[in-house]
Write a protein that binds this ligand. Structure first.
Ligand SMILES: *Cc1c(COP(=O)(O)O)cnc(C)c1O
Length: 703
């Protein structure tokens, strides 16, 4: 019996499905509360109870039930017909906090894409890198400055398995680098029904500096970054083929490059075609391969687009391109906007565009902006017109990952399991109106109270049943304007200081280690939270990660987003907050530009701003606009309470916002759109007619 229970626990721990299954997480926590609190790692829980038969026996029923839930999930996949197999490449994936191989929105999106693909029963595999030191953990020192701490990740200690052949020998992939071959192994994370493969070069046979290729995420210099992208792209493509040879996966029909980091994969596909497909000309092979490559661009900000000097490319890939029969200039042309321009660096975004017959941006507005930025670039160096030049597929979030337990219980009661299985169906969220004020307010208050427990230094006079919590959590890049609220400190002080109207402002976010202005912004916010005027009402939570993100989006009443217009490609944290009953106050940019409608939340900026206004003047104008909204509309509405002490009108808006937005901005809808508008058209070849059904969620978007 104990042996069986141990096996059930192991199966539960080693399938990341628990990351979106609350009862299983509750079970892990209950089995070993201290271990869970310290690690959020079920493999650690498993080890700690291995020698404790009494603990396992005491949880026997719950273990069996959770095991059965997982079995049902794995064996009852939705029927999908003729959906292409996809290999999804990304430099980061955020599945859950014990696998810290992400820095922010891009990784969260990739993780949510895999989870939704799993729920929908789609044949997708993920390809990424296993960073031994991941992204940094943020600490704030006594001077209010960000300190970066790197923890070493032991892959054997988390729910990952080394990929081996049937003989038990680890799979090894050789990656060409300069005149040597770097060897990578692969780890696999089982994410529900899909698998995520992660390459790792930290092997004794590799040169010391090559062992560090998979050391840090976005930590290194340009040289390291290029070597990482070679391992991800070329190594990743070789890994996909090796998995096929071993019989572990079927060959994909579509290669999806999530951001340009992995674009060398397309070059390797062409190289493979030359080795095995009898094509001797690289350009012919490359043109042909582009038929199965999709590329998603994620930001209009130039720092988000890697490019490398010609010398660096030549140093690491000179031999490889020689084997492909390419001259230095011919290879460089693949990454140049103007193939003949010697002075241009090698852009990974340009390489991705030249390698993909399907491209897309991540919101409707970003699609338009991306078309403007990249529209002239065709496929190959002869710039053939791409079949899908620039689609717009708005990002979405994985509903059950981000919905808090109390709100989730309400959804269960009013909608059954539909919101878990089919959050993207129009009909699902209609029944939200069945949730009455009392239940909704109780759930909101419980989630707010959980956030309050984590707010060290919160004023003791502020009660969770009363307060309005404004959340602001994101990367501290200056264009996100974290300081917009602080432009007029006296006015902000008056807003926060209302004795009968407690308003709490919570900030979180990391600045990239090399981003000095971003780090200064962190310091300014932290200093403000220590100012006697704001202390206890304005707080900064260190180390924004997916765990903190859940806490914040679940506990906030207002979700604030203040990017400078046209720089936020989509933004997803506001979608997570919406699921939990927060109302958005956001710049009309990214997803909010299409989601906003009067009555659902509030908009900053204007749809058609006067372009003659300078940046600084516009920042001031929007700072004022934000204060006016808060003072005149948001705070009064929230504190307009009925006889039972509940904000009746506010709660009405919350219901309306969930009903209108939860499905339209779900990862299920997003993945469904990728299938219909990118994967199927690509896999069907050039003659494809655009007649694939798209779930009718678009009609549910507010006009
Ligand atoms: C969702 C999320 C993001 C992305 O949110 P944005 O709105 O795009 O800033 C970044 N970091 C973490 C930890 C997240 O959970």
């Amino acid at each position: 019996m104990q042996f069986e229970l141990t096996q059930v626990l192991e199966r539960l721990a080693y399938n990341f499905h628990w990351a979106w299954h609350t009862p299983t997480v509750d079970l892990f926590r209950s089995l070993a509360p201290d271990v869970w609190r310290a690690t959020h790692n079920p493999a650690a829980v498993m080890r700690s109870v291995a020698e404790a038969p009494d603990v396992l026996a005491a949880h026997a029923d719950r273990l069996v039930t959770a095991g059965r839930d997982l079995d049902v999930y794995l064996t009852h996949a939705p029927q999908v017909v003729a959906v292409p197999r996809v290999a999804y490449f990304s430099a980061e994936f955020a599945i859950t906090e014990c696998l810290p191989i992400y820095s922010g929105g891009l990784g969260v999106l990739a993780g949510d894409h895999l989870k939704a693909a799993s729920d929908l029963g789609l044949p997708v595999i993920g390809i990424g890198l296993l960073y031994r030191y991941g992204y940094f953990r943020q600490r704030i020192d006594v001077n209010g400055e960000q300190r970066e701490v790197y923890d070493r990740l032991d892959p054997d200690a988390i729910p990952l398995r080394l990929v081996t052949g049937s003989d038990g020998v680890p799979l090894e992939v050789g990656v060409p680098l300069s005149d040597r071959t770097v060897v990578a192994r692969a780890w696999v994370a089982q994410v529900g029904r899909v698998r995520l493969y992660l390459l790792d070069t930290d092997l004794p046979g590799n040169r010391e500096d090559d062992r560090w290729i998979t050391g840090h995420l976005y930590g290194g210099d340009s040289d390291t970054r290029l070597r990482q992208e070679i391992v991800l792209g070329i190594g990743g493509a070789r890994l996909v083929d090796a998995l096929r040879v071993l019989g572990l996966e079927m060959a994909p029909e579509v290669y999806h490059l999530n951001e340009g980091h992995s674009a060398f994969a397309a070059v390797e596909l062409a190289a493979d075609q030359m080795r095995t497909g009898g094509i001797s000309n690289f350009f012919t092979a490359h043109q042909q391969q582009a038929e199965r490559v999709a590329f998603t661009t994620h930001t209009p900000v130039s720092a988000g687009h890697d490019s490398f000097a010609a010398e660096l490319i030549e140093a690491h890939l000179g031999k490889y391109r020689g084997q492909l029969g390419l001259s230095r200039d011919q290879f460089m042309a693949l990454g140049r906007r103007d193939p003949g321009a010697d002075e241009e660096t090698f852009s990974m975004t340009v390489l991705a565009l030249r390698s993909a017959h399907a491209r897309n941006g991540v919101s409707q507005l970003h699609g338009v902006i991306s078309q403007r930025l990249w529209g002239g670039i065709g496929v190959g160096v002869r710039s053939v017109q791409p079949r899908i030049e620039m689609e717009a597929i708005t990002n979405g979030v994985h509903t059950t990952t981000w919905t808090g337990p109390e709100m989730g219980a309400l959804f269960d009661r009013s909608m059954g399991c539909a919101w878990r299985l089919e959050p993207h169906e129009l009909a699902t969220w209609r029944d939200i109106t069945r949730i009455d004020d009392e239940a909704l307010w109780a759930a909101r208050t419980a989630q707010r109270a959980r956030l309050f427990e984590r707010l060290d230094g919160l004023s003791p006079h502020i009660a969770a049943e009363q307060a309005l919590v404004i959340g602001f959590a994101r990367r501290f890049a200056t264009y996100k304007r974290a300081g917009l609220l602080l432009r007029d400190p006296d006015r902000l002080f008056r807003l926060l200081d209302g004795p009968d109207r407690p308003v709490v402002l919570v900030f979180a976010g990391k600045a990239h280690p090399n981003d000095e202005p971003g780090k200064l912004l962190v310091k300014q916010i932290v200093e403000a939270t220590r100012d006697p005027h704001f202390r206890g009402r304005m707080l900064f939570l260190a180390n924004y990660d997916v765990e903190l993100a859940r806490l914040l989006v679940q506990g906030s009443d207002v979700w604030l987003n203040t990017p400078r217009q046209h720089l936020e490609a989509s933004g997803t944290s506001g979608m997570k907050a919406t699921l939990n009953g927060a109302l958005n106050v956001s710049e009309l940019d990214g997803w909010w530009d299409e989601a906003y409608a009067p009555g659902l939340g509030w908009a900053l900026g204007e749809r058609a701003p006067d372009n003659n206004t300078g940046e600084e003047a516009r920042d001031w104008a929007e700072a004022r606009q934000l204060m006016v909204l808060l003072e005149n509309e948001i705070v009064p509405l929230y504190f307009q309470r009925d006889a039972a002490g509940r904000p009746q009108e506010w709660l009405g808006r919350v219901r309306r916002s969930i009903k209108m937005l939860a499905g339209a901005f779900s990862a299920h809808r997003m993945v469904d759109e990728y299938v219909a508008r990118i994967y199927c058209p690509l896999a069907s070849g050039p003659a494809f007619a655009q007649d694939v059904r798209i779930t009718g969620i678009r009609e549910s978007r507010p006009a």
